[in-house]
Write a new protein. Structure first.
Length: 159
């Protein structure tokens, strides 16, 4: 029986966590922007529904944000530590990180919420929802591109 490489297994798990948490973050933003936000203009009680949906999904979003950021930092150090990252890889990674951080910062990121946010009186977003979604999509697509440009090591078991 072949020995399991623990480091390769951990890399696979981190990649999956990073991809799934990014998909949750991006998918929830798209649903909020495309499906729920337009209801504010159509239904009078939609504002309360939108607020309730935001509050209920917030713990999933915060968890996905924390997992995405944590696994992203670990993967970044893992990929750059072996010295195989090219200048193109580093530039694309930098653009991805900046786009992701701007999207997280614009939505409040992982900052704690006060009572004013829960009442709806705090300013939460300094970029439009579409801009945040575009930044998040850019970061996600750059992640896919980076995984093609710089594939995982052969010990990971898949490319």
């Amino acid at each position: 029986m072949e020995q399991i490489d623990i480091a390769a297994f951990v890399r696979i798990v981190m990649r999956l966590v990073h991809a799934f948490s990014g998909a949750i973050w991006l998918g929830s933003g798209a649903y909020l922007l495309v499906a729920l936000t337009p209801l504010r203009r159509v239904v009078t009680s939609a504002q309360d529904t939108l607020r309730a949906a935001q509050l209920r999904f917030r713990r999933w979003w915060v968890t996905a944000s924390a997992l995405m950021a944590g696994s992203g930092v670990a993967l970044m150090f893992d990929r750059l530590a072996d010295g195989r990252g090219t200048a193109l890889y580093v530039i694309l990674l930098l653009v991805k990180v900046v786009a992701g951080l701007l999207a997280l910062a614009a939505t409040g990121g992982l900052l704690p919420r006060g009572a004013s946010w829960e009442r709806g009186s705090a300013t939460r977003v300094w970029l439009s929802g579409r801009t945040v979604l575009l930044l998040g999509t850019l970061a996600y697509l750059l992640g896919v591109l980076l995984s093609v440009i710089y594939p995982p090591d052969s010990t990971a078991g898949w490319r």
